[in-house]
Design a protein around this ligand. Structure first.
Ligand code: ATP
Ligand code: MG
Length: 334
């Protein structure tokens, strides 16, 4: 079978104050064109290290100490920064783990998406703006024309994640690496963003390496699951194979502990007898005014519109709503 990506015996270490600490210990994997592969494993198992090694984004204190990475038939293991820069975005797209640190806070969304588009194609600014708007629309962002003029802090976490997806697909890569793209988001937004990613990848024939803690997400979304433990791929198989007959001891533990694949381990807490009200919010409102554009009236967005609630001592209040509904703004106001 044709292989888009082939990693053999990859080893790496981090140089730290206490010496060289190994992170990847002979990791092997391959991904075919258009294939959807999930990489699961506990925190610290090396998922991000592996993803970053594939696109030449290891931090300064990291080095590869063995093995090979082949992409599209080429050995890219010892590529220079310059070579990797031409690969990233154009041939392999990365959706980074943390949307809050991955966007430039002082540049508009439009600037950043257009920059990603123009990095790979010589087109006019006007054409890039048009495409940026289309990409945001495809990534499921409402009112893309307005969003292009906004700054990252004016978007909800879910929308920022969608902007990063738009940036990752701007160069139309053959492989998308999505490093835990939704770990900071609530379950509904997470599901919708992953749906979008599925649709986009299917429509474009893009292969996806989906990095996640969540075995349930991996089983739902991927053609094949790779399990990583202590810097190695210890298991590779279809979701059915991995879930029903895990070969490796670590995978068996992971399957046994997977939330959603087993019974919930919690019960609702009993309510306190006479709750003392700690916080009472009545009719909270907040609107944001967008920067004025020449010849246009100033636009404003109502983020929070008459929200009331109270919170008793010791009580846990869940604020539930879709992405962009105003949860974070409400929390800040309160
Ligand atoms: P998570 O699920 O928490 O994102 P991960 O599977 O992505 O974890 P990595 O971030 O790849 O794991 O970390 C693998 C190992 O390398 C860990 O032991 C981690 O402490 C170490 N490590 C990661 N980044 C660095 C760094 N910049 N310097 C030193 N050690 C690091
Ligand atoms: Mg990680």
């Amino acid at each position: 079978s044709r292989r888009l990506l082939e990693v053999r015996g990859l080893c790496s270490e981090y140089l730290t104050a206490v010496g060289a600490v190994p992170a990847l210990r002979s990791a092997d994997l391959h991904i075919g064109p258009g294939e959807k592969v999930a990489l699961v494993g506990e925190s610290g198992s090396g998922k991000s290290t592996l993803s970053h090694a594939l696109i030449g984004l290891l931090p300064e204190n990291a080095r590869l100490t063995g093995g090979t990475i082949r992409y599209g038939g080429e050995d890219i293991t010892r590529w220079s920064d310059h070579q990797f820069r031409s690969l990233r975005g154009a041939r392999i797209g990365l959706i980074p783990q943390d949307p809050t640190v991955s966007l430039n806070p002082v540049r508009t969304i439009g600037h950043q998406v257009m920059e990603a588009i123009r990095a790979h194609r010589r087109i006019s600014k006007a054409a890039a703006r048009q495409q940026a708007q289309q990409l945001l629309d495809q990534a499921g962002i409402d009112r893309p024309a307005v969003r292009l003029r906004q700054y990252p802090h004016q978007l909800s976490g879910g929308m920022r994640q969608r902007v990063l997806i738009a940036i990752a697909i701007a160069g139309d890569p053959d492989l998308l690496i999505a490093d835990e793209p939704t770990s900071a988001l609530d379950a509904t937004v997470q599901r919708r963003i992953l749906d979008h990613l599925d649709d986009l990848a299917a429509a474009r024939g893009t292969a996806v390496l989906l990095v996640t803690h969540d075995l349930g997400v991996a089983a739902d979304r991927a053609d094949r699951i790779l399990v990583m433990s202590r810097g190695q791929i210890v298991e590779s198989g279809t979701a059915a194979e991995v879930l029903t007959s895990p070969q490796d001891a670590y995978t068996r533990r992971l399957v046994a502990n997977a939330p959603g694949l087993t019974e919930p381990a919690w019960a609702p807490a009993p309510l306190p007898e006479e709750p003392e009200v700690l916080l009472r919010a009545e009719g909270l409102c907040r609107s944001f005014t967008l920067p004025a554009r020449r010849g246009e009236p100033r636009q404003s967005i109502r983020a929070v519109d008459g929200v009331s609630f109270s919170l008793a001592r010791g009580e846990t209040l869940a604020l539930v709503g879709e992405s962009g509904s105003g949860k974070s703004t409400t929390a800040k106001l309160a």
